[in-house]
Design a protein around this ligand. Structure first.
Ligand code: CA
Length: 458
């Protein structure tokens, strides 16, 4: 027995949202439904790219159905990763995907997220997918009842999605479907508002077209504040009755000209064109408010984009402050160092270290003395030119005092020729004690002597 799918689909932006983040595709072989999420229209990109990527498998299957579906979903996820790599503004986007692929004998299912697949057979509804949601995991663990889950504040939070970042774990299975079964794919804009018993009844009655419209209308009537998207398909035996060849449908954000639209006040809006979701229709109130959007909860596991940038800014600021603080501490330390060196051929006490950092002066003359370098014996002159480090200002003064003592010693008649080699008689009075410059004892401004002292030993 060869089977095919006779389908109808409808995607409605709903009464609250400005944009339709759902995307879908339907053909006699392939049914897809993706519910995108992520602000700044990223949700539309995610669901649209996913549907556009996976729809390429809509051809006679040349391999195992599950392999084909798994490969296609992986390619969609890779595609999202590429887009995020190029455009950081869509980082954080994601989408659900629920799809069915037929090879004419069997139908396989792929599922990630919380868009659902149902089957109705002889009037009885069966859910074919298990939500990848936080509340479903609590139900599985016996920590939450189904009724509690329906009102749980985090009931929309997904634990699995296609987001171009996480390793994919799609649910894959071959379905037990036979001719006469009817299937439904729908976004949570339906299932958050319509109880199963109502879905069962609406799905059982009428044609695929009327069932699709009825389910969307009922969801909106029940107060759905989300995008509402459904795909309804009958499993039909080929030859059992003529199945008209129909163009595949692409709808929601994946359709090139997807725009907000409504079915509230008009009839059926299913479209069989590959490039549009529905006839042109007045968008109605284009300013539908999305304030207090419960859909935001779906991104809760990941910080929204603005917080990511805010956090990056905070991290950068903290790093800069720490670096600045470290430099300040280092600078303060240098300004507690002293050494005796040469400034304009005279002895001086320097504060700081004789190192150069562009734009920053690390040393300056603290106290200048009227002690000419050439009045020092050669070996002391060399020491001063290289810089004699001191443990503090007082220590530096004692070093200068010792230098003066050496000069005095060499100024006496018959000085030790070895000790006083190279020392010229000081001018004008060799016996004067070391005299600070007029600006002693206070620090003196380094003129052009700063950083020009011969050498230095911090
Ligand atoms: Ca949704």
């Amino acid at each position: 027995m060869t089977i095919t799918l006779r389908y109808a689909a409808l995607s409605d932006v709903g009464r609250v949202r400005k944009n339709n983040e759902d995307s879908g595709y339907a053909s006699a072989r392939l049914l897809l439904l993706a519910d995108g999420m992520g602000g700044m229209e990223a949700g539309e990109v995610a669901s649209s790219v996913t549907v556009q990527t996976i729809r390429k498998i809509d051809e006679p299957p040349a391999a195992d159905l599950l392999e084909i579906l798994a490969g296609a979903v992986q390619r969609a996820n890779d595609r999202l990763a590429e887009i995020i790599e190029v455009d950081a503004s869509v980082d954080g986007m994601g989408t659900t995907i629920t799809g069915m692929l037929s090879d004419g004998e069997r139908i396989a299912l792929v599922h990630v997220g919380d868009s659902r697949a149902y089957r109705v057979r002889e009037g009885r509804l069966k859910q074919l997918t298990r939500d990848h949601t936080f509340v479903q995991s609590l139900i599985d663990e016996g920590r939450l009842t189904r009724d509690e889950a329906k009102v749980h504040p985090h009931r929309s939070v997904l634990i699995r999605a296609l987001d171009g970042r996480q390793e994919l774990e799609p649910d894959l299975s071959v379905l037990d479907l036979v001719a006469g079964d009817r299937v439904l794919l729908c976004s949570d804009g339906v299932t958050d508002f319509l109880p199963d018993v109502e879905i069962e009844q609406l799905l059982t009655d009428g044609t695929v077209d009327s069932a699709a419209v009825d389910i969307v209308r009922a969801s909106l009537a029940r107060g759905s504040n989300d995008n509402v998207t459904v795909v309804v398909a009958d499993v039909v035996e080929v030859g059992e009755e003529p199945v008209a060849a129909e163009d595949p449908m692409i709808f929601g954000a994946a359709a090139e000209d997807a725009r907000p639209r409504s079915v509230h006040d008009s009839g059926v809006r299913t479209t069989r064109s590959p490039s549009t979701t529905a006839d042109d229709e007045d968008d109605g109130d284009g300013s539908r408010a999305a304030a207090g959007d419960p859909e935001e909860l779906r991104y809760a596991p990941r910080a929204p984009l603005r917080f990511i940038w805010l956090r990056r800014l905070v991290v950068i600021t903290v790093v800069l402050v720490l670096v600045g603080l470290g430099l300040k501490l280092l600078y303060d330390w240098t300004q507690r160092q002293y050494y005796v060196g040469a400034s304009q051929d005279q002895v001086a006490i320097f504060r700081g270290i004789d190192q150069t950092i562009p734009g920053l002066t690390l040393t300056r003359v603290e106290v200048g003395y009227d002690i000419a370098l050439n009045s020092l014996p050669s070996y002391l002159r060399q020491d001063v030119e290289e810089g004699i480090s001191a443990e503090g200002l007082e220590h530096a003064r004692r070093i200068v005092g010792n230098l003066q003592d050496d000069i005095d010693e060499c100024s006496r008649p018959n000085p030790d020729p070895e000790q006083c080699a190279g020392a010229e008689p000081p001018e004008p009075s060799p016996s004067e004690p070391p005299e600070p410059s007029p600006n002693e004892p206070g620090p003196t401004e380094a003129t052009d002597g700063a950083g020009q002292a011969g050498g230095g030993r911090p």
